[in-house]
Design a protein around this ligand. Structure first.
Ligand code: MTE
Ligand code: MO
Length: 575
């Protein structure tokens, strides 16, 4: 067999920057203000929350002021002034390490939140079930999905202003994810150090409700704050109960929930930990992850406001200078830390556009080890049944428009030949009849697109294991390149590279059928790859060739796939 020259059809440019032609020159598109679905198809614009919150605040203040006139409420506040007693031997004051921890936490949060919103903007809809059916979302930042079969998930993505998103540009999710996951790793390390120090120094007693007294005290503080006659602060020694509860929720509930819901969106973990993922579906995880973000945003606004309005100098000395005085030292350090944060905030997007490869390298260095740890999975099918099949399955990518493909398609792919070659003992060309005569493999599995949507389908065809047995890869073969008939969003055909060991997984297959019918055109007819341990972009559609190689640095742009070369995705992407 003569080896096909598919490599020559690839775009071999080594992109160094994010330019105007980013993601195939996708024009900016700003979506709509976030809205939440009420009932079947009415939508509530969340911008209304701004005047509503103001209104409720005014009402709340009036009610609280009225309450404080009542003798019974006055007695209640006297009995529960605001803080519950700490156990004997509780540490006094706030140690210096807490200041550092606090700064690093806040600093990392900037990048985590900005890049997280960019990830959300790539599929600006949230659902409760793993079916990402248009119209079933509970929140959207985009118009309703048009009734157009050519409308792809990529077309649905929206732009964020550069200083808000990280990076922000439309469909910059590849880079946003390096920031998000990379900063997450550092944030988690910081968090673990924080937990360890909390528990070894005894500081934890200040953050954990230890008696039911916390509840009436928190209520009392809430009334005092709202009535604008505030409790006396004693934050150096003991937080008031409302403060304690909000810190407890943030440190011991929201932060772990961020981690768990974050991991709940990854194919590697979801295909591995069935028990968890059958309840915590990717979309439930994504929705909860978003609600955790909302908690953090509200917390940050209220926290900073109260720090600055309840004795700013003293409070800043507590956190930044480890003392309880009224000097300007804490303020000075705080101001300096603000400068650092603002500079980093402003620089992050332009630096990312100028050095995307560096961002990718650092991001991969941080998250790669964890990713590889969870990638060694070999789940079996059988977790989903036909009942789970999604009524709607988003389509993605640019459909093939070559003459070659058009002719094949017009003739029901009778002349289609899949070339399987490279570092193998027995290179072959397989027609559809050949593929259909091989042992049939099928599985009902869930697709995870990097953008965040998901869908369950039944895939039928040939296990990659069967193909490997037929062609017999040589020992030098380490990677498997899948070439598509279709172009990518920019120049050159779409391709992706997979680690050879993943080709033997039970759930790695060449699909010829989807939900019992021959693969529809938009989903990759006549042949597409499924590798369920990875994100969707790695599952090349409209496959025309499979090449076994020892190294992919000279294939295309050298980064292991079309989206890697053009948009700096990772060549392994299981989280
Ligand atoms: N040839 C080709 N294959 C591709 C793509 C593409 O753009 N071109 N997009 C990928 C992405 S990002 C996803 S999520 C899945 C989508 O598969 P579906 O359209 O069947 O849902 O296909 C993958 N395979
Ligand atoms: Mo995707």
């Amino acid at each position: 067999m003569r080896e096909p020259g598919f490599r020559r059809e690839l775009d071999a440019r080594r992109h160094q920057r994010v330019g105007v032609d980013w993601a195939g020159g996708l024009p900016a598109q700003y979506g709509v203000a976030p809205r939440v679905r009420v009932g079947r198809d009415r939508w509530f614009n969340l911008l209304w929350l701004i005047p509503l919150a103001f209104l409720f605040l005014v009402i709340g203040i009036a009610v609280a002021k009225g309450l404080r006139e009542l003798p019974s409420v006055q007695r209640f506040i006297e009995a529960h002034p605001g803080d519950s007693e700490l156990p004997a031997g509780a540490p006094v004051g706030i140690p210096a390490w807490l200041g550092w921890q606090h700064f690093l936490n806040a600093f990392l949060m900037i990048f985590i939140i900005r890049s997280g919103i960019t990830v959300l903007a790539d599929h600006p809809r949230l659902y409760w079930t793993r079916n990402s059916t248009p119209g079933s979302e509970w929140l959207r930042m985009q118009k309703p999905v048009p009734d157009d079969p050519d409308y792809t998930a990529k077309a649905d993505s929206i732009t964020l202003p550069d200083g808000v998103g990280l990076p922000g540009r439309r469909h910059s999710i590849g880079l946003a994810r390096w920031w998000h996951l990379g900063a997450d790793v550092l944030w988690l390390v910081n968090g673990v150090v924080f937990y360890v120090l909390l528990f070894t120094t005894g500081q934890w007693v200040r953050l954990v409700p230890l008696s039911w007294e916390v509840a009436p005290n928190a209520l009392s503080v809430a009334i005092q704050y709202l009535s604008l006659d505030w409790p006396t602060e004693n934050g150096w020694n003991n937080y008031n109960s409302l403060q304690l509860v909000s810190y407890f929720v943030t440190v011991f509930i929201a932060a772990p929930a961020a981690l768990i819901t974050g991991l709940g969106m990854s194919p590697a973990l979801s295909t591995r930990f069935h028990r968890v993922s059958s309840v915590l579906s990717i979309q439930l995880a994504r929705s909860l992850h978003f609600l955790v973000l909302c908690w953090f945003l509200v917390f940050i606004v209220v926290h900073v406001t109260l720090v600055l309005t309840t004795g700013a100098l003293r409070n800043l000395n507590h956190m930044y200078a480890a003392n309880d005085s009224g000097t300007w030292v804490g303020f000075g350090i705080f101001a300096l830390s603000l400068v650092v944060m603002v500079v980093a905030w402003v620089a992050a997007t332009p630096v990312t556009y100028r050095h995307p490869r560096l961002v990718r390298r650092i991001g991969y260095a941080l998250i790669g080890p964890a990713q590889r740890l969870f990638e060694h999975i070999d789940s079996k099918a059988g977790r989903y049944t036909d009942k789970d099949i999604s009524p709607f399955f988003w389509a993605n990518g640019r459909v093939p428009d070559s003459e070659e493909y058009r002719v094949l398609r017009a003739d029901d792919f009778r002349d289609y030949r899949l070339a399987v070659y490279g570092l193998v003992e027995n290179p072959v060309e397989l027609g559809l009849e050949d593929l259909r005569s091989m042992p049939y493999h099928d599985q009902v599995t869930q697709h995870f697109c990097i953008q965040g949507w998901s869908g369950v389908a039944r895939w039928g065809g040939v296990s990659m294991s069967t193909v490997l047995d037929l062609v017999r890869p040589r020992p030098e073969a380490k990677w498997v390149v899948f070439y598509s008939f279709a172009q990518g969003s920019d120049e050159g055909i779409y391709y992706d590279v997979h680690a050879i060991e993943q080709m033997r997984y039970h759930l790695t297959m060449l699909a010829l059928d989807m939900n019992g019918e021959p693969l529809p055109f938009r989903h990759g007819a006549p042949v597409r790859l499924r590798n369920e341990a990875q994100l969707g972009f790695k599952m090349v559609k409209w496959v025309k060739g499979i090449e076994f190689v020892d190294d992919f640095s000279s294939v295309g742009g050298g980064l292991g796939g079309y989206n890697n070369d053009h948009e700096f995705f990772g060549y392994r992407q299981s989280i």
